[in-house]
Structure formats: structure tokens, C-alpha cells
Design a protein around this ligand. Structure first.
Ligand code: NAD
Length: 472
């Protein structure tokens, strides 16, 4: 990236400053909230293919106002200290927005995971975890990593196993990391949580008729067109759930190898299958290949979902963006100096720190499950089901009518873990948006949703600091 643009962390700071001006909070308190509390930069050797490679890695704890700190671990060549600091800061604001009682953190290892074998990735992950343990940068009450770009449940399982090896007998050890496989102390619904959260958020945002009218849209998500950049964990589930549960039409996709356009709708699973078979999303039956990989971003659509990496919408391509809503599923996809252009065009940007908070929300549920040592729903599922059964039988007896077996099984079902997780996630995304929108509607000086989200976060974090007694 050329030097004339602000760095990712500077972009976050710039957005912070813009919002801070609306809060009236003391300067010292704002400064304390803004800075990164602890930055751990490490280099360690790992033998890869017979050669020793020195690996560069980071863990940043942005805010200790609540503990543990929480945030994903990224494996990518783009990883550097500035990026990890920016992502850690976003985690602090994100947790506050969705009322998850953690401080923000983030980790990163500067590698291209595609160039490593599974065995080598395991070695790197275990060594990184060891470094974190050595410096007391991981633990269920200290700092709890999770998946991010380039990592998933497999890496989280390695982290847990390494932690348990060192902390034998620590009863809450499973809570040292989230996003684990369900079979290894994970929780149902975590894999798809961020994408599912994007869907719940969009559905809520689009339920306000007046707001949609200003964008030239009708109320409701059904029938709207969507373009997604990055069909990884977040992008795939955002597309899949929006199309299947929200009746959205996916008309464009951008991936690493290129972009495609199909105005009559793309079946995302068919596209994934095509990519698996051919190694590319290009030449998908019925779709047009676009010349450049970023081209899908510029397609005419109702909702653009950048779900790959930061700095994708730049001052250069911003004037050509035609979407009505940009849903920042990735962290930092819109550069701070591109934002003004988009807002002037009347585009609504739903900020990352809100719309991709589904992941950390369900991570919070997983952490609670680990600390309670019990699956959600275990205590009440059967009790509720028996109560509903009695109710249905009573209605049948009183009316003299019989309810069919299919309806009966729907009416008498007790909630499983996945039902409770999805319901908790849905409630969280709806409630958080209402809080942000309230700030937006009640402050005529606030012109955009990112500033409103920041103000909502800052008000909550400042109350926490006041409660700690540090600031009067
Ligand atoms: P992922 O590694 O699962 O997927 C990323 C996808 O983007 C990959 O398919 C990759 O090929 C694609 N990609 C990379 N560069 C691209 C480009 N230039 N154009 C088009 N596609 C490109 O990662 P993820 O976990 O889905 O994370 C994506 C974004 O969402 C990141 O910004 C991450 O910080 C953010 N996020 C992730 C989570 C989570 O729970 N995983 C939670 C919150 C936010």
C-alpha cells in the first residue's frame, strides 16, 4: 500500500477521534481507551522442510478494562504490528457494542498457510501457543484467542492441547481458546456465527422503512441483491444464510482468483463445489467472468459484503462503488480516506465492529459453556419438552381435536444447544443495532453508522473505567 494512505491502525484512530468528539468524555479517559495496553512481538524458529525458518508473530491486548481479553488469530503474509493493533482495537469496541464482557485483543502469524503442510502448521501453532504461555498471554481469565483469517477449529484444537499440556489440572483450561471443534469443548453454531450474525444484522437494518427509503430501497431483506467478496468462513456463511433464510439473491462473487457475475442468482453451494472441482470460481455455469478480481465490488447491487481483508475499498475505487449498503463483514474493508466519498454518494456503511460481532458473541457463549462445564440446554430441554407435551395434550382434551404428529413434534420440542446459541446471537445482533440506531437518530450531528457505533461503544467502555474508580 502506498504511504499516502493512513495505516490500518491510523484509520481506526481517525474513526475513533471523529466519534470521540461527540461524547464529551475527558481527554485522558479517551486517550486511555484509544491506546493498545500491551503489544507482544515475537520471533521463534521452526524447522520447515529441513530448514529453520524464523517466524514473525504478534499478540496485542488492546484493552484490559475487562478481562479476559479476546480476539482471533490470523495467519497471513499481510500480518504486521500495525494490522494486529488495529484488529485488537476493533475487538474492544466490538465487545462493548454487543455487550460481551471482554477487552479486545488480536494475534497474528506472518505466514502463508497455503504454503505449509498440516504438520508444519501444527508445529508453528504449538510453538506460538508456547510463547504465549511463557509470557502469560493466554488463559481463560487472561486472554482467549479464536479463529480469524487463515485459521479455524483445527488450529484452536492445537492451541487447547498445547495449553493443557503445560497447565495440567487447570479445571477451566478449555476456556483458554474458543472456536474449537464441537467434539473438543467447542459449541454448536460457532463456525457459522459471524456469517449468521451478518445476516441477522442486515435483516434488522433493513427492517426500518424510513432508513431504507432514504437509500431508495423497500423495507425488508427478501429479494434484495448481494455481492460477496471472499467466500471463506465469514463470506460463505453470510451468503449461504442470506440466500436460504433471507431470500436474498447472490449476484456476484469475488475470490482470490477472480470475480464472477450472474444476475439471475448464484447457488453458493454449487459455486463452492465448482471451485473444489476446478480450483477456481471462474467459468461457473451461467456466470460471466469479470476481468479483474476486484471488479465484483463495483457491480450494481443492494448489498455489498466485503468478507476478505482490510483496505479493499480505497479512494481509487470508491467513486465506482454502486451498492446501496456496504456490510463490513471483514474488519476494516473500507479505508478511512474512502469513507467520505461513499457517504457523499448516500451509501450506508454498516460498520465491522457491529456487523461481524457474531463470532465473538458465540465465542462468549462457548467460553461460558467451558466455565460451566455443561452444554447449553442440558438442564431444561427435557423439562420444557414435557411441559409443552402436557399443554398440547390438555388442549386436545379440552377441544376434542387431535394435533398431527408433525405439528406436535414442533410444538413440544425443547431447545437444543444450537437453538439457544442462534437465539442468543439473534437477540444480540438486534439489540446492538437498536442501541446504535438510537444514538444515530438522537444525535443529528452524527451522520453515519460507524460514528454512532463508536459512540455507543465509548459510552459503555467509559462507564467501565468509571466503575473501576480510575477516572472520576
Ligand atoms: P477465511 O480465511 O476463512 O476466508 C477469507 C477468504 O477471502 C478466503 O476464501 C480467501 O481466498 C479470500 N480472499 C483473500 N483475499 C482476497 C481478495 N483480494 N479478493 C477476494 N477474496 C479474497 O477468513 P475469515 O475468517 O472468513 O475472515 C474474513 C474477514 O472477516 C477478516 O477480515 C476477518 O478479520 C473477519 N472476521 C472473521 C471472523 C471469524 O469468526 N472468522 C470474525 C469477525 C471478523
Amino acid at each position: 500500500m502506498s504511504q499516502k494512505h493512513p495505516s490500518f491502525f491510523q484509520s481506526v484512530e481517525r474513526n475513533f477521534d471523529r466519534a470521540a468528539a461527540h461524547t464529551g468524555l475527558p481527554k485522558g479517559l479517551l486517550e486511555q481507551i484509544k491506546v493498545c495496553n500491551a503489544v507482544y512481538q515475537m520471533r521463534f524458529p521452526v524447522k520447515i522442510g529441513g530448514e529453520v525458518q524464523v517466524i514473525e508473530a504478534y499478540r496485542v491486548q488492546h484493552s484490559h478494562h475487562r478481562l479476559p481479553t479476546k480476539g482471533g488469530i490470523r495467519y497471513a503474509m499481510s500480518v504486521n504490528q500495525d494490522e494486529v493493533m488495529a484488529l485488537a482495537a476493533l475487538m474492544t469496541y466490538k465487545c462493548a457494542i454487543v455487550d460481551v464482557p471482554f477487552g479486545g485483543a488480536k494475534g497474528g502469524i506472518k505466514i502463508n498457510p497455503r504454503q505449509f503442510s498440516e504438520y508444519e502448521l501444527e508445529k508453528v501453532t504449538r510453538r506460538y501457543t508456547t510463547e504465549l504461555i511463557r509470557k502469560n498471554f493466554i488463559g481463560p481469565g487472561i486472554d482467549v484467542p479464536a479463529p480469524d483469517y487463515g485459521t479455524g477449529a483445527r488450529e484452536m484444537a492445537w492451541i487447547l492441547d498445547t495449553y493443557q499440556t503445560f497447565k495440567h489440572g487447570e479445571i477451566d483450561a478449555a476456556g483458554c481458546v474458543t472456536g474449537k471443534p464441537v467434539s473438543q469443548n467447542g459449541i454448536r453454531g460457532r463456525t457459522e456465527a459471524t456469517g449468521r450474525g451478518v445476516f441477522y444484522a442486515l435483516r434488522e437494518v433493513m427492517s426500518f422503512e424510513d432508513d431504507m427509503k432514504k437509500l431508495g430501497l423497500t423495507k425488508g431483506i427478501a429479494g434484495k441483491t448481494m455481492v460477496v467478496q471472499g467466500l471463506g468462513n465469514v463470506g460463505y456463511y453470510a451468503a449461504k444464510i442470506s440466500t436460504t433464510e433471507g431470500d436474498v439473491k447472490l449476484i456476484g462473487v469475488a475470490e482470490y482468483e477472480g470475480s464472477i457475475h450472474k444476475p439471475d442468482g448464484i447457488d453458493v453451494d454449487a459455486l463452492m463445489k465448482h471451485r473444489k472441482e476446478t480450483g477456481s470460481i471462474l467459468n461457473f455455469p451461467g456466470a460471466t467472468n469479470l476481468p479483474k478480481r476486484e471488479d465484483a465490488l463495483e457491480l450494481e447491487c443492494d448489498i455489498l459484503v466485503p468478507a476478505a481483508l482490510e483496505n479493499q475499498i480505497t479512494p481509487e475505487n470508491a467513486p465506482r462503488i454502486k451498492a446501496k449498503i456496504i456490510a463490513e463483514a471483514a474488519n476494516g474493508p473500507v479505508m478511512a480516506d474512502a469513507e467520505e466519498t461513499l457517504l457523499k454518494k448516500g451509501i450506508m456503511i454498516i460498520p465491522d465492529m457491529y456487523i461481524n460481532a457474531g463470532g465473538v458473541t458465540v465465542s462468549y457463549f462457548e467460553w461460558l459453556k467451558n466455565l460451566s462445564h455443561m452444554r447449553f440446554g442440558r438442564m431444561e430441554k427435557r423439562f420444557n419438552s414435557n411441559t409443552y407435551e402436557n399443554l398440547v395434550s390438555t388442549v386436545e382434551r379440552l377441544t376434542g381435536k387431535v394435533i398431527g404428529p408433525k405439528e406436535r413434534s414442533i410444538l413440544t420440542r425443547g431447545a437444543d444447544e444450537i437453538d439457544l446459541v442462534n437465539s442468543g446471537l439473534e437477540e444480540t445482533m438486534i439489540e446492538a443495532y437498536r442501541q446504535i440506531r438510537d444514538v444515530y437518530v438522537s444525535n443529528p450531528d452524527i451522520k453515519d453508522m460507524r460514528t454512532a457505533a463508536f459512540v455507543s461503544a465509548l459510552n459503555k467502555i467509559s462507564s467501565d473505567y468509571m466503575a473501576l474508580g480510575i477516572f472520576p
